[in-house]
Design a protein around this ligand. Structure first.
Ligand SMILES: [Zn+2]
Length: 166
């Protein structure tokens, strides 16, 4: 079964996993939206992306968990799969040490690393998304740091999630 339900006649696409309505966004279009935001917010765009995607991540955690009726760990795995299905790249959980409050996530072919804002990329969107997802699933707010970036020559983007100790 396809992951999306296409109602061409009425112009509606629905995600079968969450039941939510969605649209197809092209990279060029997204890039110009980001470029416009970057023009307005300058360096603040990083915080803006981080905060808005954190909310999106929390919402995703909610819908994935409810839609599939899974525990937090399985929900994360289900979401990793869904991440590649929506075309943002391939998400790989390369290390999961929940008891130590530590998780490493790799994103291959990250679309946000392919778009540039001068020297930097828009990977903070993924950082926020992962942070919100983690928060939504495990009810703890992690610190997220991008350790490697495919936009800077690494083979993938790598995000380290650690639980705040303070
Ligand atoms: Zn990156």
């Amino acid at each position: 079964m396809a992951n999306y339900e296409f109602d061409d006649e009425n112009g509606i696409i629905r995600d079968r996993l969450t039941g939510e309505r969605c649209i197809v966004v092209y990279k060029k279009g997204l890039e110009s939206v980001f470029a416009g935001l970057s023009e307005i917010f300058k360096a603040g765009i990083e915080v803006l992306l981080l905060e808005s995607s954190r909310e999106a991540g929390k919402h995703l955690a909610d819908t994935v968990e409810k839609g599939a009726k899974l525990d937090a760990k399985s929900s994360l795995k289900a979401y990793a799969k869904r991440f590649s299905q929506i075309g943002m790249g391939r998400l790989e959980i390369s290390e999961m040490k929940l008891e130590e409050g530590r998780m490493t996530i790799r994103v291959w072919n990250n679309i946000f690393a392919e778009m540039r804002d001068k020297e930097s990329t828009y990977c903070s969107y993924i950082a926020g998304l992962l942070s919100g997802l983690y928060e939504g699933l495990f009810h703890a707010s992690p610190k997220v740091k991008e350790m490697k970036c495919s936009g800077l020559g690494d083979p993938y983007c790598e995000f380290l999630l650690t639980l705040k100790t303070s």
